[in-house]
Design a protein around this ligand. Structure first.
Ligand SMILES: [Zn+2]
Ligand SMILES: [Zn+2]
Length: 293
């Protein structure tokens, strides 16, 4: 009898002011928690620590992004928590409802979510000045990316330097144009998509933090292969490197055929300086996606 260990390796990285923790392996499972925003990006696997997160964002219905939905709802029910909000492409709402209805029938216990169907361009408030906007990604099934943004009031330049009393007086007098509303793109998520998403949604390149898929990184499965599979290749990001204005770019959804260390090496070798330094590889330390010993 030999020992056999399998562990789901949870990765945690920092990207700008945000933390991303979870797992992401193309075709296997992706689920990322951003604690600062208290959002869950995809539910490819039901990770017990994520059950308490109140807002879940589904990119599309492929199982590596969806398979954990029912399990995580079940755990959430055990914790006695309210149904979460599930943001998802409007085209798949009916199918996800049918899926949960089947689970409800099988388990004789209701699995409930608050559906928030979205189409590209839709925006929904998240509270405290935050909102989320859906964007079109390019994949063979209905799919969305999400941009999390914050609107804040900023003093107009002509009032900068004035005392707080003076500002208060201006506001009270009803003077127009004391403040302007500034929209800050804070974190964007685009997975399972062709590189074309950077053309169709160029605001991705301006988000403070961009989380974007990079399923293929090597020569064996090159750019043409990636495009055929409706995914993105590292070389396609390298080709437009000067356009990334992000503080940090998190690459995720790597294929399991390339080990984490090989993936990091490819990123170092193929991305030009200027972008390379801002890139965070979302992969476990070491050379294995799954810890087996
Ligand atoms: Zn996927
Ligand atoms: Zn997919």
């Amino acid at each position: 009898m030999g020992a056999y260990t399998f562990a789901l390796v949870i990765t945690q990285v920092r990207a700008g002011p945000y933390t991303l923790r979870g797992v992401s392996i193309g075709g296997v499972y992706t689920s990322l928690h951003v604690p600062e925003l208290d959002v869950l990006l995809d539910v490819g696997v039901s990770l017990r620590p994520f059950a308490a997160v109140g807002r879940w964002f589904l990119s599309h219905g492929h199982l590596d992004h969806l398979a954990g939905l029912a399990g995580l709802l079940n755990i959430r029910g055990l914790l006695g928590l309210e149904p979460p909000q599930l943001y998802l492409p409007a085209e798949i709402e009916a199918d996800v409802r049918a899926l949960l209805a089947a689970h409800t029938a099988l388990g004789r216990a209701a699995l409930e979510v608050e559906f928030v169907p979205m189409v590209p361009g839709d925006e929904r408030p998240l509270g405290r000045g935050w909102s989320v906007r859906a964007l079109r990604t390019h994949h063979p099934v209905p799919s969305l990316g999400y941009e999390f943004l914050r609107r804040t009031l900023k003093l107009l330049p002509e009032h900068v330097g004035k005392s707080s009393d003076e500002i208060a007086r201006l506001r009270k007098s009803g003077a127009a144009g004391v403040f302007e509303t500034v929209e800050q793109l804070e974190l964007a998520y685009a997975t399972d998509t062709l590189a074309r998403v950077l053309e169709s949604s160029p605001t991705l390149l301006a988000s403070r933090v961009l989380v974007i898929e990079c399923t293929f990184v090597g020569d064996e499965k090159g750019v043409e292969h990636a495009r055929r599979k409706s995914h993105l290749h590292l070389d396609e990001l390298a080709a437009v490197a000067p356009r990334f204005a992000n503080e940090a770019v998190v690459l995720m959804h790597f294929g399991q055929a390339t080990s984490p260390d090989m993936t990091r090496a490819a990123v170092q070798a193929r991305l030009p300086s200027g972008l390379r330094e801002r890139v965070v590889v979302f992969a476990p330390e070491g050379d294995r996606w799954f810890e087996v010993g």
